[in-house]
Design a protein around this ligand. Sequence first.
Ligand code: ARG
Length: 467
Amino acid sequence: MKKKPWGGRFSKETDKTVEAFTASVHFDKRLAPYDIEGSIAHCRMLARQKIIPAADAKKILRGLRSIAREIAEGTFPFRPELEDIHMNIERRLIEKIGDVGGRLHTARSRNDQVALDTRLYLRDAIEGIDGLLKELILILLDKAKAEEGVIMPGFTHLQIAQPVLLAHHLLAYCEMFQRDRERLAECAKRVNRLPLGSGALAGTPFPIDRDFVAAELGFDGLTENSMDAVSDRDYLVEFFTAASLIMMHLSRFSEELILWSSEPFAFVEMGDDYATGSSIMPQKKNPDVPELVRGKTGRVYGHLMAMLTNLKGLPLTYNRDLQEDKEPLFDTVDTVVGSLTVFCGMIESLTIRRERMENAAAKGFSTATDLADYLVRKGLPFRTAHEVTGKIVRFCMESDRDLASLSLDEMKTFHPSIEKDIYGVLTPKASVDARDVPGGTAPVRVKKRLAVLRRKVVRGFRGRRSG
Ligand code: ARG
């Protein structure tokens, strides 16, 4: 058999360095199950449309299924000299069933074939990532429920700002991850179009039935321009964008967990099964998991930039540059899946140190805004109330006291309208209770939002937990 499937017009063998340089099978073999799935649908269509004889189609289908088994069992002979997964599978088919295997590639090109394979792969990957996001949200909602009522300091500039519910903080991430799911769903709409039938670039002269293939493979519709379909990868850029935002959210959360588990904060303790030790310092328990999630964020951003750069200035239609889309794609999926998986377990095994959070929530004059708001209710313009409160804070700082420890007489020296009822507003509990607005941290609001989010997420849930 000829060495190259395309060797007809060549008189010299490919240089070894070129062979090694152009080969992609060592990574695009991950597309094998999708390549076979696509070929099965294509073959059925060719027979239905009488483009190839039914008996030949039967042999091809049988051959493809036995190749699928070889791949699943790890016995398939991957050959780099056959470049990519598409030609590896085609050559194996011909070895198994003879020349009739050569009919499979009728009305098809590797250009529409590879576009099909990456779309099928990505469709599955998006579903898997969405399932993990759902799972993480549910774990966070459970945690928020279990720690209902726990108050912690909310920060701005990493300085204690105002008390908030821990549940409110956790739900902030649920909102982010829910938006990440919306972005993935939006991307999936454009991924889920059948490019097969575009041929090399211009379509095909055979009487194919693209709608049949689309239905067989569960696509929502067809790509509408063959030149666009074989050269476009903007759906990958969209996916890398969505993935970058997921990693960005995980990275912010990671950073907080790293801070929170450090001794000066001591707000949380990582489970022993999710932390690591030091080879020299026996006392250490390190948050390596969130550090690695934070660290891996950069590679996903890098893949987004690589893909944008790959496509920039690329003339229509297919160019071999496009083969460079796969490693970033696989690595992005692996990184996001790996990070989300480990994150779910890490959050589940996290211990919340409630008193540490609540003690910190009462520090740093966290209820100073409540004092100013109190003065506003007594009739002062907010700016004046701010000024008066600032003076009280300064007085406390100089005498190393906190707001609630001042006597009423001491307070009154700053403003006569301060009454006994001031002590009811200076606690962290009163502070969070008061923020009873849509989106605020008041316990009633947080409880309601938690229930709404749970309903949203549970609807249509197909993650690991659904059993
Ligand atoms: N391995 C190629 C890729 O990943 C498949 C398409 C090759 N087509 C071609 N005409 N060289 O893009």
